[in-house]
Ligand binder design. Structure first.
Ligand code: PRP
Length: 179
């Protein structure tokens, strides 16, 4: 285990098994349809890469990159689109793929933004959910793991852009982020 980690919260094997289940569930739910998976960069990239490999219905990808405005504007829930989708989504079955839902502000904004583009359907799939941090209600259709309010990194999740490449999800030692 990396010395900056206090503990491993979700092992590689647990991730693999749960993500396979999510992929199978999505494949059943969308049988006979095509889906467009919208990955939210950068955190969701590793989860998305593994998830889509266990989806058996025709699957297309697109990506968005968003960032929240400074701390002051945070509670307004307005996010800035750094990279928008490449193509229109009208009439398509969309699944937003996130690594984590925390306050819910990012997803709340994204759902409203994408819904306005008239998709045939719009669902949310997240690897992790921290329900204790929620500020706005978000309906999560597919959730890998509900976790406590701990500083998690790895498997796409970062602290100051570090640790994204760790194969499991770990809890960061407090001394690493509290100086
Ligand atoms: C994380 C995560 C979500 C958002 C969740 O992204 O990927 O997009 O925060 O938080 P919320 O529910 O409080 O809005 P982050 O801004 O860390 O960017 P990253 O994916 O590039 O790491």
């Amino acid at each position: 285990m990396h010395p900056d980690l206090e503990k491993v919260l979700i092992t590689e094997q647990e991730l693999e098994e749960r993500i396979k289940e999510l992929g199978e569930q999505i494949s059943r739910d969308y049988a006979g349809k095509e889906i467009l998976v919208v990955g939210i960069l950068k955190g969701a990239m590793i989860f998305l890469a593994d998830l889509v490999r266990s989806i058996t219905v025709p699957t297309y990808f697109d990506f968005m990159a968003v960032s929240s405005y400074g701390a002051g504007a945070r509670s307004s829930g307005v996010v800035r689109i750094l990279k928008d989708l490449d193509r229109p989504i009208e009439g398509r079955h969309i699944i937003i793929v996130e690594d984590i839902v925390d306050t819910g502000l990012t997803l709340n904004y994204l759902v409203q933004n994408l819904q306005a583009r008239n998709p045939a359907s719009l669902k949310i799939c997240t690897l992790l959910d921290k329900p204790s941090r929620r500020e706005v209600e978000v309906t999560i259709d597919y959730n890998g793991f509900s976790i406590p309010d701990e500083f998690v990194v790895g498997y796409g999740l970062d602290y100051n852009e570090r640790y994204r490449n760790f194969p499991s999800i770990g809890v960061l030692k407090r001394e690493v982020y509290v100086k």
